[in-house]
Design a protein. Structure first.
Length: 270
């Protein structure tokens, strides 16, 4: 039986084993998929142990996506652009890295939520690892521009400069967000985990699609979006399932159906 896993810290909350079990069932594959808690300073030795035990591939979640990138022998273009990896395939003792976060978000927005990104003005809140992972796939869809707002202005400026070759990106501080509506607002900060909402101008949400990368029926960002007249408010559950589907295809060469799994997880969450 083929052996796969997700590695992170914390890891108990992960829905990945359930998602990959559903995918494997759909396409008739026999796999195991486990959750592995890695001590913060022992990511590489955790990976080594898993591979020695017969592991053929694994997902990586917070806080190890940059460590994973540094550990790979080779990477896809998307992973290189992000400088972070959330999926690794073990092939002939070689570690090949991919980042499926961005394509997961794009597939959820375009296929499940039926939103076109072309010529749209997109505001992303946060300039950390999550933003690095989604920027190139979003820019590949041809938005008019992407605005990056971060508490530390320098960080968003550096990220905007790094990704400018893929499309129009500009960076600034959270306090510089204008109270002027945009088409799409994406919360890529970890504030929702802490039950907080970044302080930003409320007018930016009016008539916008507001999307939290975190999943949960009512995150603080989602509550803020509802309160401030957003057109549509979404959590990141669809992205979670879509990025998992891209990881699954990267390992197995078979693309599973995502909608039945999204529906199943929604039902379980209610």
């Amino acid at each position: 039986m083929s052996k796969y896993a997700v590695i992170g810290n914390p890891i108990d909350h992960s829905l990945s084993p359930m998602i990959h079990a559903q995918f494997a069932k759909q396409v008739g594959l026999s796999i195991t998929y486990e959750k592995i808690l890695s001590p913060i300073n022992e990511f590489s030795s955790t990976v080594e142990r898993f591979i020695k035990s017969g592991g053929l591939g694994f997902n990586i979640t917070v806080p190890f996506k940059i460590n994973a990138y540094e550990l790979t022998d080779d990477c896809t273009t998307t992973a290189k652009a992000a400088g972070a990896v959330n999926t690794i395939k073990v092939e002939n003792n070689t570690l090949i890295g991919e980042n499926t976060d961005g394509i997961g978000l794009v597939n959820d927005l375009c296929n499940n939520l039926h939103q076109s990104l072309k010529d749209k003005e997109i505001l992303i809140i946060g300039a950390g690892g999550a933003t690095q992972g989604i920027l190139k796939p979003l820019l590949d869809c041809g938005p008019a521009k992407i605005l990056l707002a971060n508490r530390t202005k320098d960080k968003s400026l550096k990220l905007a400069h790094k990704f400018a070759k893929y499309g129009k990106v500009c960076g600034f501080g959270l306090d510089q967000i204008k109270a002027k509506p945009v088409d799409i607002v994406i919360n890529a900060t970890s504030a929702s985990i802490a039950g907080k909402m970044p302080e930003i101008a409320s007018g930016v949400a009016e008539g916008a699609i507001c999307y939290d990368l975190m999943y949960g029926t009512r995150t603080p960002f989602m509550k803020w979006a509802y309160k401030n007249s957003a057109l549509k408010v979404c959590d990141g559950l669809g992205m979670l399932v879509e990025q998992a589907a891209s990881s699954f295809a990267f390992w197995h060469g078979k693309t599973p159906q995502t909608q039945p799994v999204i529906n199943l997880l929604r039902e379980k969450g209610d």
